[in-house]
Design a protein around this ligand. Structure first.
Ligand code: PGA
Length: 243
């Protein structure tokens, strides 16, 4: 694992955006894996700036988002599809047909997960996966568990995830209890992976992700099995990092 540790969230976001921009320039038809959450918002903002001011071109880029709440349609304002449209897609020149998402309202969610795996395979796999991490070290919606499915699947959200995400919903009861997510195998098959984390609430998750022990109880730790991972951390998330 490699580390880019910065003083502020803003610097972390810019460093990560620069890394992604370089990857897009090196391979204009790159396939990206994309996260939602509050962490990557600064990175998306900087990518939008690079597009508008420096001509960073997304016209050949293909994207696969990591996860989606089960039962929320793409126009629900808390769906991840809606978040991505609002935060990033509508501000750059990504072609709608190149945007891929797990469909939260699919009648047969297992078949939907299978379709997603096949779609990733069909484009030749993900070149660069961009991740956030939960306070419980989940990546995508792979929650801590005794065992984890390798490929995309329907997951029951952990209580702490429902709690953490309830800030975006009117009532905690409104937070979906299930999601469709890429599996850890889907993530690890990506050629390169970067992970962003900021703030002291993520310090234990980052410690568990970097401390040399691999366990599905700390899903981020499985990234230690990959040979090309870069962590972009602000200094608060990095306090317990073991390199
Ligand atoms: P956050 O979520 O960026 O809003 O902290 C990250 C995650 O849960 O993966």
């Amino acid at each position: 694992m490699r580390f880019v540790i910065t003083n502020t969230y803003d610097e972390m976001s810019k460093e990560a955006a620069r890394f992604v921009a370089e990857a897009v320039k090196a391979k204009p038809d790159i396939v990206l894996g994309l996260p939602t959450g509050s962490t990557p918002i600064g990175m998306y903002k900087e990518l939008i700036r690079l597009h508008k001011e420096e001509g960073l071109d997304f016209s050949q880029v293909t994207t696969f988002n990591l996860d989606e709440y089960r039962g929320l349609s793409s126009d629900h304002d808390q769906s991840y599809r809606y978040f991505m449209e609002d935060t990033f897609f509508k501000h750059v020149n990504i072609k709608p047909e190149n945007i891929n998402f797990l469909v939260g309202t699919a009648k047969d969610p297992e078949a939907e997960c299978q379709r997603y795996e096949e779609a990733i395979e069909k484009v030749g796999g993900i070149d660069l996966m961009i991740l956030g991490i939960g306070v419980n070290a989940h990546i995508g919606f792979n929650e801590p568990a005794k065992e984890l499915p390798a490929n995309s699947y329907v997951v029951q959200l952990a209580e702490e995830t429902i709690e953490a995400n309830s800030r975006f919903f009117e009532r905690k009861e409104d937070v979906p209890k299930e999601a469709l997510t890429m599996g850890v195998g889907s993530i690890l098959r990506s050629r390169r992976i970067i992970l962003l984390a900021n703030g002291s609430s993520k310090k234990d998750a980052i410690y568990g992700t970097t401390n040399g022990i691999v366990t599905t109880e700390v899903p981020g730790s499985l990234l230690q099995l990959h040979q090309d991972v870069v962590l972009f951390l602000d200094k608060e998330a990095a306090v317990k990092v073991s390199k």
